[in-house]
Design a protein. Structure first.
Length: 332
């Protein structure tokens, strides 16, 4: 029986594509190649057309070719490629899958929102024991096309990484920007429309996920970590400072509102924001604001205490994907 495996995971979302190469053993993961991220906007106009744009596919293929070069230099025992929200909604997804398979030799798996939620929770909570965080944990994975709410790890009846309930909402930074925030900066009416849309999705999610039971919110994804870095006052993004940072929700509301109401040119002045997120970070901020507000209110209604802070995490779907895949290969 193998004691360790070297695996690679690729997470292709609505806005970005990421690669992680790590050695997995009984103690967890050891990164071999620093995580690679490319903003490709695969979900460009998918909410409206239900198809991948030709230029979006070309951006995805270019990133895949770059990743293929890295994998050639760092051979792995296995590669798993998962695609999420935008690919679930695209009528021409087979064209995308064929193109990726030709470049990387592996076919993308279009995973359902439930599996996306499970893997995000595994990735986010796999490092939780190092921190003094109170369970149950609510992991919020805020992507470009979808946002997952996942609760679990009550610390008594279930281990930290066990999911108890999950729901995937079809709202995210790209979808909200394309659907509602069309002006630059968005109008008050557009922001109000976005809030109404988001609240309807949260209402539905709360029927499945008892978010009020949560004692700790863990936020993962580019929107959450970017907005946290801005609230921290970082001049350039530094994942080592952002990962695990606990931020009061009141500070999050302020920075979210500030950048939501900025023009894209004003946002571009901040090196902390990845250039590929400048136009959609406001759409992500409006989702994050509502999720934090609604979960905090639900917690106060449930057990008398609002949640007054959250923890930003660099560990989400990609980490869960690699850890889960490595464990499966070890068990085979």
């Amino acid at each position: 029986m193998m004691k360790s495996v070297t695996v690679a995971g690729i997470d292709c979302g609505t806005n970005s594509i990421r690669l992680k190469v790590a050695r997995v053993d009984e103690n967890g993961m050891t990164e071999i190649v620093p995580r690679q991220l490319k903003v490709i906007r695969l979900g460009q106009d998918v909410d409206k057309t239900h198809r991948f744009a030709d230029e979006a596919l070309e951006r995805a293929y270019a990133a895949a070719r770059e990743f293929a070069g890295i994998l050639k230099e760092h051979p792995v025992d296995g590669l798993r490629f998962v695609a999420t929200s935008a690919t679930r909604d695209a009528a021409n997804r087979e064209e995308f899958e064929d193109g990726i398979e030709e470049i990387l030799g592996v076919r993308p798996e279009v995973i359902p929102g439930t599996e996306e939620a499970d893997l995000s929770f595994l990735g986010a909570t796999s490092v939780v024991p190092r921190n003094d965080l109170k369970p149950p944990y609510l992991v919020v994975d805020l992507g470009g096309g979808s946002t997952e709410l996942v609760i679990g790890g009550d610390g008594v009846n279930a281990p930290a990484t066990q999911v108890q309930a999950a729901y995937s909402m079809n709202i995210g930074s790209v979808r909200m920007t394309e659907r509602h925030l069309k002006n630059d900066p968005p109008t008050a009416e557009q922001i109000e429309e976005a809030y109404k849309d988001i609240d309807e999705h949260i209402d539905e999610a709360f029927r499945t996920v008892p978010a009020g039971r949560a004692r700790t919110i863990i936020g993962v994804s580019g929107t959450v970590t970017t907005m946290t870095a801005l609230a921290m006052g970082l001049k350039e993004y530094d994942h080592s400072l952002v990962d695990g940072y606990r931020l009061p929700v009141e500070e999050a509301y302020k920075v979210d509102d500030r950048f939501l109401n900025m023009t894209r040119a004003e946002r571009a002045e901040y090196k902390t924001i990845h250039p590929g997120r400048i136009d959609v970070v406001g759409g992500g901020a409006v989702v994050w604001n509502r999720v934090l507000s609604r979960v905090s209110a639900a917690a106060e209604a449930d057990h008398g205490e609002p949640i007054d802070s959250f923890v930003a995490s660099e560990h989400g779907l990609l980490d869960g994907l690699v850890l889960d895949y490595g464990r499966r290969l070890l068990a085979a």
